[in-house]
Design a protein around this ligand. Structure first.
Ligand code: NAP
Ligand code: ZN
Length: 349
C-alpha cells in the first residue's frame, strides 16, 4: 500500500515529506490508519544519529494510536474500526524464555523496533509512526480501552510504559517514596503513574520553574537538583529514583538520596556515564539499574490502568509540518509535556 510519512535523509537534514510502501498484509497482520503519534526524545536522538546506528531515510515515531482498516486472514483479536495502538516494538522471536514470559522487549534475539530496525521476514528497515498508515503483526498491537481519549493516549505507548515498567518491577505502591529526575515526556508520566499507584512522589528538576506543574501533575514536592542544600537535606529518603535525563550527567549527587537498598533506575538512553563512585553504592547497599520500555502484556495492563484511573499525558497537539520546530523545542525542554502529531494534517498519497 502506498503511504506518506515524514523522514530525515541524514543526521543534519530536517524531516520532510516521504512517500513509501507499507507491506501487503501477512495472515497475522493488522493494518491501521494512524490518527495520532507522540514525539519521544528517542525520535530526536535517532533522527540525529546520536546513538550511531541510524539507517537513512528514517521515519521516526513509536507512540502510535489509530484505527484498524483491514486484518489478515488469521487475525482473531481485531477487526476494522477498532481503536488500537502500537509502541516501540513490532516483532520479536516469540520463542525464547523472555518472549514466553511476556518480556518481548528483552527478547534474546533482540526485538524488532517500530522504526530503524530490520523486519524479521524481509530484512527491510522498519518505518515508524510519523506516517499515515501502519502494518503490524497482531501480537504487537494493543487495544485502546474505551474511555481513554484517543487524542491524548499516544504518549502512553512509550513514555507511559517506559516509566510504568520500572515502577512495577520495583513494586511501587502506597508508601513508596519515588523520585523522578527530569520533568519531560517520560518524567511527567512517571509522576502521574507513581502517584496513581499511591506513592509519595518528588520531582527533581534543574530549576523551580515547574513547581506549580509538579503539584498539578500529582507529585508531592519539587526539589531543585542544582540546590546543594536541598539535596543534602533529602539524603536517604527515596526507595526508587527514575532518571529520565536525556544527556550525560553526574549520578553521584543522586545516589546518596536513595535509602538503604534503594535503586536509581536509568531510562534516559545516554550512553557512557559520568563516573559513579562506589562509596554511596557500597555504604547504602544501593543500586544503579536500567530499564527498557516494557512487555506487550504489561503495556496493555498500563493502558487499562490509565483508563481506570483516568491518567492521561499532558499534550501539545501539532501539525506534521511543525515537526522540525517541535524537535528544536524538545531539545530546549520547551514542551509541557509531550508533543503529539495530529495525523489528519498529513494528506494521504
Ligand atoms: P524530554 O521530554 O526531552 O525530557 C527530558 C527532561 O530531562 C527535560 O524535561 C528536563 O527536565 C531534563 N533535561 C533536559 N535536558 C537536560 C540537561 N541538559 N541536563 C539535565 N536535565 C535535562 O525527553 P523524554 O522523551 O522524556 O526522554 C528522556 C530520555 O529517555 C531520552 O534519552 C530518551 O531517549 C529515553 N527513552 C528511553 C526509553 C527506554 O526504553 N529506556 C524509552 C523512551 C525514551 P527538567 O527541565 O525538569 O530538568
Ligand atoms: Zn520513546
Amino acid at each position: 500500500m502506498k503511504t506518506m510519512g515524514y523522514a530525515a535523509q541524514s543526521a543534519d537534514t530536517p524531516l520532510a515529506p516521504f512517500a513509501f510502501e507499507r507491506r501487503a498484509l501477512r495472515p497475522n497482520d493488522v493494518a491501521m490508519e494512524i490518527l495520532y503519534c507522540g514525539i519521544c526524545h528517542s525520535d530526536l536522538h535517532q533522527a540525529r544519529n546520536d546513538w550511531g546506528w541510524t539507517v537513512y531515510p528514517i521515519v521516526p515515531g513509536h507512540e502510535i494510536v489509530g484505527r484498524v482498516t483491514e486484518v489478515g486472514s488469521a487475525v482473531a483479536r481485531y477487526k476494522p474500526g477498532d481503536a488500537v495502538a502500537v509502541g516501540c516494538m513490532v516483532d520479536s522471536c516469540q520463542q525464547c524464555d523472555q518472549c514466553r514470559k511476556g518480556e518481548e522487549q528483552l527478547c534474546r534475539q533482540g526485538n524488532t523496533q517500530t522504526y530503524n530496525s530490520k523486519d524479521r521476514v524481509t530484512g527491510e528497515i522498519t518505518y515508524g509512526g510519523y506516517s499515515k498508515h501502519l502494518v503490524v503483526r497482531e501480537e504487537f498491537v494493543l487495544r485502546v480501552p474505551d474511555g481513554l481519549d484517543l487524542s491524548r493516549a499516544a504518549p502512553l505507548l512509550c513514555a507511559g510504559i517506559t516509566t510504568y515498567s520500572p515502577l512495577r518491577t520495583w513494586n511501587v505502591g502506597p508508601g513508596s517514596r519515588v523520585g523522578v529526575i527530569g520533568l519531560g515526556g517520560l518524567g511527567h508520566m512517571a509522576v502521574k503513574l507513581a502517584a496513581g499507584l499511591g506513592a509519595h512522589v518528588t520531582v527533581l528538576s534543574r530549576t523551580a520553574d515547574k513547581q506549580a506543574d509538579t503539584l498539578a501533575l500529582g507529585a508531592d514536592r519539587l526539589l531543585v537538583s542544582t540546590d546543594k542544600e536541598a539535596i543534602k537535606q533529602a539524603r536517604s529518603s527515596f526507595d526508587l529514583i527514575v532518571d529520565t535525563v536525556p544527556v550525560k550527567h553526574d549520578l553521584n549527587p543522586y545516589l546518596s538520596l536513595l535509602d538503604v537498598d534503594g535503586t536509581l533506575v536509568l531510562v534516559g538512553q545516554i550512553g557512557p556515564l559520568a563516573e559513579p563512585t562506589t562509596v554511596p553504592l557500597i555504604m547504602g547497599r544501593r543500586r544503579i539499574a536500567g530499564s527498557p520500555i516494557g512487555g506487550i502484556a504489561e503495556t496493555q495492563e498500563m493502558l487499562d490502568f490509565c483508563a481506570k484511573k483516568n491518567i492521561l499525558p499532558d499534550c501539545e497537539m501539532i501539525r506534521i509540518e511543525q515537526i522540525n520546530d517541535a524537535f528544536e523545542r524538545m531539545e530546549l525542554a520547551d514542551v509541557r509535556y509531550r508533543f503529539v502529531i495530529d495525523m489528519a494534517s498529513l494528506p494521504a498519497p
